[in-house]
Design a protein around this ligand. Structure first.
Ligand SMILES: NC(=O)c1ccc[n+]([C@@H]2O[C@H](COP(=O)([O-])OP(=O)(O)OC[C@H]3O[C@@H](n4cnc5c(N)ncnc54)[C@H](O)[C@@H]3O)[C@@H](O)[C@H]2O)c1
Length: 263
């Protein structure tokens, strides 16, 4: 698949990895449709792309709302006449322990709230579900060829203190095989599904982490530094152009050596 022919929809495209993917693909000639909650940042990213001669538009979109996501996909089709690459980068962390006990009494003093669990599942998992479903419906009905992505994480193997987040990322790593299995069953040959599992990437999400914890995590990464968001974007570009990459999860972690402890 040639990048310069594709229309790419990126949620969470106002910041971090989503922004980097948008800029990277736009440089290669892709037409970009960004969805996010943050209007100011969306405008900034669109301006960066168009000032450099690329093509991009945005739509305010809450990925947990079916109607917002449907409108985002319609914007891609209405503006650029196609829909080929979908990267759901909208995601959040709400870290905390399942159970916290008091040091002296050993009794439970706090636990992860249902809201803390649900928020992460709603945005990371249900949001990705809605995004890929709304895209797939349009791609199949209009014979648009392309790639659906999920953004998993090194935390798909589990991050202590991230029961909510790791649960969503483990599930998202599994989706390519489940979805491609369905496409195979229905003889839908033109849509691939690929998951990307980044390690620790230098974005606002990670820069906001406890820096001591981050330092100790990076000491277990062979690369020894945060991954640049553009290194993730390059992997997306590679996966789009190489049709043999399908129904799989690509890890881009810098070489994690042992189990990761988030906090
Ligand atoms: N940064 C990392 O190290 C890392 C590692 C592995 C996976 N990831 C994943 O990559 C994705 C992007 O992470 P990032 O580091 O770029 O984060 P980020 O915080 O920089 O960007 C996330 C974007 O999602 C948007 N967003 C949040 N809730 C939304 C909603 N309901 N609807 C629409 N947009 C919403 C935010 O406004 C923000 O612009 C996430 O899924 C994250 O879990 C990140």
């Amino acid at each position: 698949m040639q990048i310069d022919n594709v229309v790419a929809v990126i949620t969470g495209g106002a910041s971090g990895i989503g922004e980097a993917i948008a800029i990277n693909l736009a440089k290669q000639g892709a037409r970009i449709v960004l969805g996010d909650l943050n209007k100011d940042l969306l405008e900034q990213v669109v301006n960066k792309i168009t000032d450099a001669g690329g093509k991009a538009v945005y739509q305010i979109c809450n990925v947990t709302k079916d109607e917002d996501v449907a409108a985002l996909m319609d914007k891609a089709v209405d503006t650029y006449g196609s829909l080929n690459v979908v990267v759901p980068c909208a995601g959040i962390i709400r870290d905390g322990l399942f159970i916290s006990t008091d040091r002296e009494t050993g009794k439970v003093k706090k636990s992860m709230t249902s809201e803390q669990f649900r928020q992460v599942v709603d945005i990371n998992l249900t949001g990705t579900f809605i995004t890929l479903r709304e895209a797939a419906v349009r791609m199949i009905n209009n014979s648009y060829k392309g790639v659906l992505f999920t953004i998993s994480s090194v935390q798909k193997v589990g991050g202590v203190g991230q029961l909510n987040y790791s649960s969503t990322k483990a599930a998202l790593a599994m989706w390519p095989k489940l979805l491609v299995g369905e496409f195979q069953m229905k003889n839908i040959k033109d849509i691939r599904v690929v998951s990307i599992a980044p390690g620790y990437v230098g974005t606002p999400m990670v820069k906001g982490m406890n820096q001591k914890a981050l330092g100790s995590i990076l000491s277990q990464v062979h690369l020894g530094r945060l991954i640049d968001p553009d290194e993730i974007a390059d992997t997306i570009r590679y996966a789009v152009t190489n049709e043999a990459v399908n129904a799989t999860c690509l890890e881009v972690t810098g070489g994690t050596i042992s189990g990761m402890i988030a906090k």
